[in-house]
Design a protein around this ligand. Sequence first.
Ligand code: 5AD
Ligand code: SF4
Length: 355
Amino acid sequence: MKKINWNNLSKDEIIFLLETQDNKIIQELYKNAYQTKVENVGKFVYFRGIIELSNICEKNCFYCGIRKDNLNVNRYFMTDEDILEAAKFAYEMNYGSIVLQSGERKDKNFIDKIEYLLKEIMKLSNNELGITLSLGEQNYTTLQKWRKAGATRYLLRIETSKKELYKKLHPENHSFDERIACLKNLRKLDYQVGTGVLIGTPYQTTEDLADDIIFYKENDIDMIGMGPFIPHPDTPFGNVLKNYSETKQLELGLKMIALTRLFLKDVNIASTTALQTLGKDGRSLGLLAGANIIMPVITDSKYRKKYLLYQNKPSLDENKEDFRKRLEIKINSLGEKIFYGKKGDSPHYKKRRKL
Ligand code: 5AD
Ligand code: SF4
């Protein structure tokens, strides 16, 4: 291959880089992506404390451990008290932002509860905490209600930007078009819009992944949260990938971060927990490949073991304060600084809105 144009990658170059096994080129990819990150978002890491409110989900995605039909899951909904306490912890620790995540539910009780919690969290943090929601597909009215109550960002992974592949990863009643429509509604409601894909799933090609990165750009996405697929034994995809390798999944995850950084430049990109599951220091490697966001789980440990989207999810027994300290030491050792007390809005969003 001729010289790679790192600043303006073509689709063919993205595919080539996803496929290459040449370690020299792979290291060059990470180095260039890191450089692009430093130029666009600095040597900073922002924390988003993630609260996993509930593992109750109406959906049945083939890959997910908390899918509705997995009867081995012990379902929970955190108490209001525990949720608000976790939010307070994040505020007092100066995390700047939190993410409220749960399985998908669309009933009135759920919608009202989230609205109530948003208002309470705004109160307890003097309107200072940035709140991201990651609560699945919701209709315009619900999203509007939550926006008014204080949420400013929303994460809805498209999982794959290819409709045909989407159909293979989900049961028939899960609609790709509705998911796209939901992303559009988030934009209309002036949320900072986050999305992402599952990397290395059954039936996926490297061209699909290249198209995912192009999809992010074409849809002017502000925040990216994506991670490698990790099989969960109690799901239809528990055993589908015959040549599954943790090392390969990790590498593909890191390459996707690097390529997304090079192609989109000024967005926020998360180094996700799934990376950490696949390799020691996976999350640090994510930062060195171009990510700038870390989402420490701050869900109380009594719930954490039950929020298993995939196998071997780490930190299950960790105390959240120890975890933060260890993470801080680790991040500083990479020459990066944690930006405490700042919401850390996506620079792309600010430019887009001319803020
Ligand atoms: N491996 C990795 N990520 C998964 N998710 C669900 N199941 C898995 C899995 N087996 C991710 C999905 C979803 C997010 C909350 O968790 O991408 O959007
Ligand atoms: Fe539910 Fe999300 Fe899991 Fe799908 S990926 S089953 S929507 S929690």
